[in-house]
Design a protein around this ligand. Structure first.
Ligand SMILES: *[C@@H]1O[C@H](CO)[C@@H](O)[C@H](O)[C@H]1NC(C)=O
Length: 435
């Protein structure tokens, strides 16, 4: 496969939040301008409203049929590229694999500067709306409003603006937020029962759980509003605020637990504070990037840049939070050898090693596995990757809460001599094998 083909293919293989979208095209001579991608059921509809259509030099009458909108699936697109390469066709709009929506020769008059078009899609599949301009050097300017939606039943005129694989997401988010609220209240009762051994970090954990619950609740509301109306409303500001606070507090919590703050030691060392000073501003950047990514859609001009910024920042944050855990593990090993309390330190050591592995699994699963799932699952089941990611997150929260819950009988401080001896043995063994 040649490089340009690959680039065009990759530019189409993206995931979009399907909503009503307004795009301004200004003196653009690109042969292909992709808009949005959407999963249609067999009751799909597409509205295209174009206004302020203008050309610096009017195209000839014969050329008008070479400019217009079409819908195309990913498989069909590969076929079209093959046809162009084999010189079977000279314009994408001439291919039988694409579904022509509107070409400019359908304009009521050649000088018309606006048109509305309603296209009905009955073949359920995932399509990308694309504008093709096969006239070389023809510069097009126009304002495009595009709306893709599915009708909720034949004969019904209720619209569902969420893509076929995402239409259950509002319910999924709502259920998950209820689970987190339940988790939060469970945590409160645990804190109350074990109040004698509660540390500050436990209240921080409570805040993290409630922020996650509120974030999911807003996301459910936001998505269900988009589902009904095709546009976001004021609530999405709340959603962004909670998702920002949630991001910051979650990463801070991982750092704080990793350093053993509040239950192993009441203060943070300088290098641990530095990690926080890196992670928190980066989270601010990540959230700004997320807002831009959501609002512009995959074919917006800066979308790719912001997506890269987001990925980079996310990777840096994920790596940064691992350092404090590694430092703690090192310190505990050292302490176990020198202070003669091998058993106590070994227990803490095991706990921190487990935590280290779980954090890595959590990061790997929510970043890599979820992305892979998103890529390989059919468009109709896109929600499954969201569910997989959220379940992994839930498991992580539960693990963290369970392992670091306030302990009434702190196992760290009740150790008999046999255990102490066994632990010392194990540490010695570990040192020999350099584990
Ligand atoms: C867009 O086009 C559709 C289909 O022709 C029409 O029903 C709708 O009213 C138009 N919307 C706007 C905002 O012009």
């Amino acid at each position: 496969m040649s490089l340009p083909r690959l680039v065009i293919l990759l530019s189409v293989v993206c995931f979009a939040a399907a909503e009503i979208r307004f795009s301004e095209i200004r003196s653009d001579s690109r042969p292909i301008i992709p808009f949005d991608e959407f999963g249609f059921t067999h009751l799909g509809q597409l509205e295209v409203n174009v206004t302020h259509l203008a050309f610096p030099e009017a195209p000839g009458a014969s050329e008008l049929s070479k400019v217009g909108f079409f819908l195309c699936t990913r498989d069909a697109w590969i076929h079209v590229l093959q046809q162009i390469e084999d010189a079977e066709i000279n314009c994408v709009l001439g291919s039988d694999a694409v579904q022509r929506v509107f070409t400019l020769d359908q304009l009521p008059s050649p000088t018309a500067s606006a048109f509305d078009y309603l296209y009905t899609e009955t073949n359920a599949d995932q399509y990308t709306l694309v504008f093709a301009n096969c006239v070389p050097q023809l510069k097009v300017s126009m304002d495009v409003r595009s709306a893709m939606y599915n009708l909720e039943g034949s004969g019904s005129d209720r619209r569902d603006y969420l893509s076929a694989g995402k239409t259950v997401l509002p319910r999924v988010y709502f259920l998950l937020s209820m689970v987190y609220f339940a988790l939060g209240f469970t945590w409160i009762s645990v804190l109350y029962k074990k109040r004698a051994t509660v540390f500050r970090i436990h209240f921080f954990m409570l805040a993290v759980v409630f922020l996650k619950a509120l974030n999911l609740l807003c996301e459910a509301e936001d998505k269900s509003y988009i589902k009904r109306t095709g546009s976001a409303h004021g609530w999405d500001v709340l959603f962004y605020i909670f998702s920002f606070l949630k991001g910051i507090t979650l990463f801070t919590l991982i750092v704080l637990i990793g350093t053993g703050w509040s239950f192993l030691k009441p203060f943070l060392q300088d290098k641990e504070k530095k990690v926080l000073m890196i992670v928190i501003p980066l989270q601010v950047v990540a959230n700004i990037a997320q807002v831009v990514i959501d609002e512009t859609g995959p074919f917006g001009q800066d979308w790719v840049t912001w997506k890269q910024v987001f990925l980079l920042v996310d990777v840096v944050c994920c790596c940064a939070v691992l350092f404090p855990i590694v430092w703690s593990i090192k310190n505990l090993r050292e302490a176990a050898r020198t202070d003669g309390k091998a058993a106590v330190n070994l227990m803490k050591l095991t706990l921190f090693r487990q935590y280290y592995i779980v954090v890595i699994c959590y990061i790997y699963f929510t970043r890599v596995v979820v992305y892979a799932l998103e890529t390989i699952t059919s468009y109709r089941y896109l929600w499954t990757s969201v569910v997989a990611g959220e379940l992994a997150t839930l498991a992580f929260y539960v693990f963290t809460g369970y392992k670091f819950k306030p302990e009434a009988h702190n196992p760290y401080f009740v150790v008999d001599d046999d255990e102490e001896e066994a632990a010392a043995e194990r540490l010695k063994l570990e040192d020999e094998f350099e584990l």
